[in-house]
Design a protein. Structure first.
Length: 334
């Protein structure tokens, strides 16, 4: 692939070449994936919001051995993050990404330490509040997104509404985007870049189980399901999107009972050398070392999964998306 030129306000703000951010997929996005995305010109992201301080520092330092370019660390504000944020600042992390809850309490600490600050929202009102407290870049996440989902508005109507609400602050479109068409569309909506998760699960660098990757490649756009609280995410009221599987089907067949009354609750269905026993309904990204009924685990995926059809290097994914978007934009201009 040839040289790609696609500078936007997001690129200028984050010091990157291409307006593509890799979503912070817990359990899948480690240093190899983050560094590969950054080396290709995008922004790689580490998901460290549950890591202890030693692990946080180790992963940041490992990423630095793999890339000299900018990368981000994502912190979920449903949990205390002051110490992790301080460690990130001390390690010189250039970009901090906040998710869930009001970021106001930590934005000042982050910006005083030097990083650029992103925050993910699901509404224009939350976007305004984020910018008012000092956030540099807003990520507008539509409900098509995989994993944890912040709002109930689809990406197409959400993005321009958020753009209008916070201009000239750069807005990143998230949810349902997996190829150059999605990037071109996001730019047409006024976004300055895109946030992509599901497509990167099909990268060589994503630290997931081979069976999980196989199921992603076989899935179509109707194979995901939005769930209020099925998989036991570690904080309350944390809706999420995952592939429909036997666990979801059995729960629905039982009438969608609440926690404590769900069929097979507490049953060990898999094990992991790094995580130990894994019970049904546990929030767990199937890692490479998982053994057991992987098909029944929490298989996070967004509605863009139908566009994911091959395994590639993360760098090739970044370059392909950017090249295809550039070609589309040129064709539309003719």
């Amino acid at each position: 692939m040839g040289c790609i030129e696609m500078k936007t306000a997001l690129c200028e703000c984050l010091g990157i070449e291409l307006p593509i951010i890799q979503a912070p997929m817990g359990g899948a996005a480690g240093p190899p994936l983050a560094a590969a995305v950054s080396n290709a010109g995008g922004l790689g992201t580490l998901a460290l919001w549950r890591a202890d301080i030693e692990t946080t520092r180790r992963q940041i330092r490992e990423t630095r051995t793999m890339t000299t370019r900018s990368f981000a660390v994502n912190l979920n504000l449903e949990f205390p993050q002051q110490e992790r944020l301080a460690a990130c600042i001390d390690e010189g992390v250039p970009v901090i990404s906040f998710f869930w809850c009001d970021p106001a309490s930590l934005v000042r600490q982050a910006k005083a330490g030097g990083p650029i600050v992103l925050h993910t929202v699901g509404s224009a009102d939350d976007a305004r509040k984020a910018v008012d407290c000092g956030v540099d870049v807003v990520v507008a996440q539509g409900w098509e997104a995989g994993g944890h989902v912040r709002g109930m508005v689809a990406t197409m109507p959400l993005v321009p509404t958020v753009v209008d609400a916070v201009k000239p602050t750069p807005v990143v479109a998230a949810g349902g985007i997996a190829d150059g068409r999605g990037l071109a569309a996001a730019l047409a909506l006024g976004a300055a870049g895109v946030w992509i998760g599901t497509r990167f699960l099909a990268s060589h660098e994503a630290a997931i189980h081979a069976r999980y990757r196989e199921l992603l490649l076989r899935a179509c756009e109707t194979d995901t399901v939005y769930l209020d609280n099925l998989f036991d995410v570690r904080w309350p009221n944390a809706p999420h999107r995952a592939l429909r599987n036997k666990t979801v089907d059995a729960w629905e067949a039982a009438g969608r009972p609440p926690s404590g009354q769900r069929p097979g609750a507490g049953e060990v269905i898999a094990t992991s050398g790094s995580s130990g026993p894994i019970v049904r309904y546990q929030s767990y990204t199937p890692g490479a070392d998982a053994e057991g009924d992987v098909d029944a685990l929490s298989l996070w995926a967004g509605q863009s999964v139908g566009l994911v059809s091959k395994v590639q290097s993360a760098g090739d994914i970044v370059r392909e998306i950017a090249n295809d978007a550039q070609l589309i934009i040129r064709q539309l201009a003719q």
